[in-house]
Design a protein around this ligand. Structure first.
Ligand SMILES: [Cu+2]
Length: 181
């Protein structure tokens, strides 16, 4: 089911890219090429969250140039970073994506447990299931993307999936030291 949804999203992104290149020759109706090229769909934040949480979703870029998510901000969140999991020895640790997370032109990248995610640290907000959290993502081209991410129960995550189990914040998760700090 999950795979199907990803495939559909990718197909949608391709269709969008096709439309924008077709309309490039007709100038009268075209919006600025950079307008809302990056969108986030199916955004969500798992609850319960401690002072550390994450945002997941599907990031799509309908623009004609690759763009990277370099960071972000949210109310009552001290730090927002783009994280990835990397192998360190025989365990996986997460770290800030060096140079930001690139979203290819006409492509999409899924933010999901055990993979790329928007890391939220120093969360002082008391998010409850059903809350909608406004998250701003910063892009490498100087633009920002506003995302509304509903807080959802973690129980929607499949505990039998080992890649999702590795997202356990209270458990054996370790932050690798950022090489840039
Ligand atoms: Cu993280």
């Amino acid at each position: 089911m999950r795979k199907l949804m990803v495939a559909l999203a990718a197909a949608g992104a391709l269709a969008l890219a096709g439309c924008s290149s077709d309309s490039a020759s007709t100038t009268e109706s075209s919006a600025p090429a950079t307008d809302a090229a990056v969108t986030v769909t199916d955004a969500w934040i798992p609850q319960p969250a401690s002072d550390t949480s994450a945002m997941f979703g599907m990031v799509s870029n309908s623009g004609s140039e690759a763009v990277s998510i370099t960071g972000g901000s949210a109310p009552d969140v001290g730090m927002v970073q783009v994280h990835e999991f990397v192998k360190e020895g025989n365990k996986e640790v997460m770290q800030e994506v060096p140079g930001g997370l690139e979203i290819p032109a006409g492509g999409s990248v899924e933010l999901k447990p055990g993979s790329y995610h928007i890391m939220m640290m120093e969360v002082s907000a008391d998010w409850q299931v059903g809350d909608e959290v406004p998250v701003t993502l910063n892009l490498s081209n100087g633009e920002t993307v506003e995302v509304t991410a509903p807080v959802k129960s973690r129980e929607g995550m499949d505990p039998a999936d080992p890649t999702e189990g590795s997202m356990d914040m209270e458990g054996d998760m370790e932050m690798s030291e950022s090489p840039s700090s």
